[in-house]
Design a binder for this molecule. Structure first.
Ligand code: TMP
Ligand code: ASP
Length: 251
């Protein structure tokens, strides 16, 4: 599909393409079916993933915006496109963990499934060539990416997003284990939630299932070769649709 107001391709990432539009402050984001893991060492195309992640992200962004979290989101346009405010992405992957899983359990003696209360905030430097290294506060400061008030705002936003996401997914009988978000600065210097929120970027466990593998409804199914990836994403979409209204169409 080609949007009538689409301009040149500005950026292509692993899961999305970003295009200019006829409006200087707005860009169009195309969600791709491509799936990657382990810094793109593992790749596949999963039919329907782009549409599902676009739809889930739209619903989640609208819920977060309604609860006072500033986002880049403006509206959906077609099955796998959304229009968003143009932002300067902060090259920091912001991860919040409610339950121990993934790299935390590989790097520290903490068992998978351990509840983390208060939740853990981990910041990574977003650079594929460097393997997205874990940041210390001193290293973050040394990089000079954020002022001290901006670093504080990042933390506030991360925990506010976590609280709202936990509540939303709980309504859908899903446990939010952890997630990654990216933040960006708008033209007027406001720090807002950007990128996407989907089973590519969240760990979600089905509260209706106790089996440790069967309950996984996110990209860990792809990372761990568990099968049923598209079906799991479809289940997340269905549940989120059950607790959120239809996303608005961009006009
Ligand atoms: P991790 O346990 O591998 O550090 O991942 C933490 C969360 O961040 C998990 O929900 C998956 C998400 N994530 C991404 O969205 N992109 C990435 O590149 C990585 C490594 C993790
Ligand atoms: N998105 C990352 C990659 O492709 C890693 C991951 O999500 O596991 O490489």
């Amino acid at each position: 599909m080609t949007l009538p107001f689409l301009g040149p391709l500005l950026h292509e990432g692993k899961a999305k393409r970003v295009y200019a539009t006829d409006h200087p402050d707005r860009v169009a984001v195309e969600f791709k079916d491509d799936a990657t893991a382990f810094n793109a060492q593992k790749r596949a195309s999963l039919a329907g993933k782009g549409e599902m992640n676009c739809r889930i992200s739209a619903l989640v962004f609208e819920r977060l915006a309604a609860r006072g979290v500033p986002t880049h989101y403006l509206g959906v346009e077609g099955p796998n496109w959304m229009v968003v405010r143009a932002v300067r992405i902060v090259p920091v992957e912001v991860v919040v963990r409610n339950i121990a899983a993934g790299s935390l359990c590989r790097q520290l003696p903490i068992e998978v499934g351990t509840r983390l209360d208060p939740p853990l905030l981990d910041l990574y430097y977003k650079d594929d060539a460097l393997g997205d290294p874990l940041l210390t506060e001193a290293r973050l400061e040394r990089l000079g990416l954020l002022t001290s008030p901006q670093r504080q705002r990042l933390g506030e936003l991360a925990f506010a997003i976590n609280a709202e996401l936990c509540a939303l997914f709980a309504e859908a009988d899903l446990e939010l284990v952890d997630f990654k978000v990216e933040l960006g600065f708008t033209g007027v210097g406001e720090l807002v939630l950007a990128d996407e929120i989907s089973p590519d970027t969240c760990r979600l466990w089905d509260r209706r299932v106790s089996d440790a593998s069967d309950r996984i409804l996110d990209k860990d199914r792809f990372r761990q070769d568990l099968g049923g990836v598209v079906e799991a994403y479809g289940e997340v979409l269905k549940r989120v649709q059950g607790v959120c209204p239809e996303p608005r169409v961009y006009r």
